[in-house]
Design a binder for this molecule. Sequence first.
Ligand code: ADP
Length: 394
Amino acid sequence: MASTPGCIAVLNAGSSSIKFALYDARPDGNLLFRGQIEKLGLAPHLIARDAAGVTVVERHWPEGGLDHHSATAEIMTMGRELLNGRPVLAFGHRVVHGGTAYSEPVRIDAAIMADLAKLVPLAPLHQPHNLAPIAAIAGAAPDLPQIACFDTAFHRTQPALAQEFALPREITASGVRRYGFHGLSYDYVVRQVRKTLTLAPEARLVVAHLGNGASLCAVRDGRSVASTMGFTAVDGLMMGTRTGALDPGVLLYLLQERGFDAARIEDLIYRRSGLLGVSGLSSDMRTLRQSKAPEAGEAIALFVYRIVREIGSLAAAMGGIDAIVFTAGIGENDAATRAEIVAGCRWLGLELDERLNEQGGRCISAAGATVSAWIVPTDEERMIAHYTREALAD
Ligand code: ADP
């Protein structure tokens, strides 16, 4: 009798949610289930769907009912029930920070876990949440392989200049440098571009990951050469609730003249700014698009303006641009934002085919445009599953 095919489990743990996905472990194996527990620490809610999007499990917990450890245990129990005897061969995890040392995924052991914990000060809002499920699984199933896949890794190909701030050498040497994030998304999208689009492999791309978090990446020969995010994921573009790049003098002014402390600054730049702060209404692009309030329009205009400015900067870093690729929630779904960005980049040779853009096809640029424009849906969980399979095969 043929043995039961094994599965790969993927976890993507954020501050208040853990997303999960289960894949067939065979090469290019299908998605089996995906879902998330959200509102951890508040009123946790679990939803799991099968590959067709049909809800197969839904559960609620009372206020404060789960932390990251107990939520991981719930996901493991639910996964076992859903898989009905099919074994999980390995867990793959999204880990936001791999520092300068980790430029590819790695199988986690106690020494690596200790190493990753040392990076917590570089990403205090994300790294501890990424590591909590790894510790929970290592406690419950010590022999199960766990693979860490880093959001910073894709950017380690950037030239040294692109990774440096103009700071004294000893501060740079201590790790205060530009790391870049959203690397798993860029990795996935660039592979899709090279596999499925009619672009030369050496094409100079700007990939625009526009979701709640937003960043751009300049890609040449399939490798990251520059990105808008820096030391932390608050740099670069304006986002749902994050400021993006901000004159550091603003922070000094708030600290010295306005009585802000570090905690209040953190709250301001990560949670109360961006689309939410400027509109005063919402961090959600769909809500802003539906609003008639002038502040909603102003927030969107600033979001687009910042992206257009940064596309120019990345084009300069590559000495030109051959294509732009839109991805993530806004990039994949919001035709109006894509149209406004491309209108601001006409000087670079970009032009949209309005009908294709509205329809949301793959190629959305006009026939005569010298720089092409594309939509490529991202899938960070599938990228993690791919790396986890590779690590198992090694
Ligand atoms: P995250 O960074 O949390 O993964 P997503 O990639 O899911 O975020 O992107 C969320 C953003 O995408 C929200 O601003 C949401 O409004 C926007 N979005 C999703 N669908 C649409 C749509 N059809 N039109 C406009 N914006 C959309």
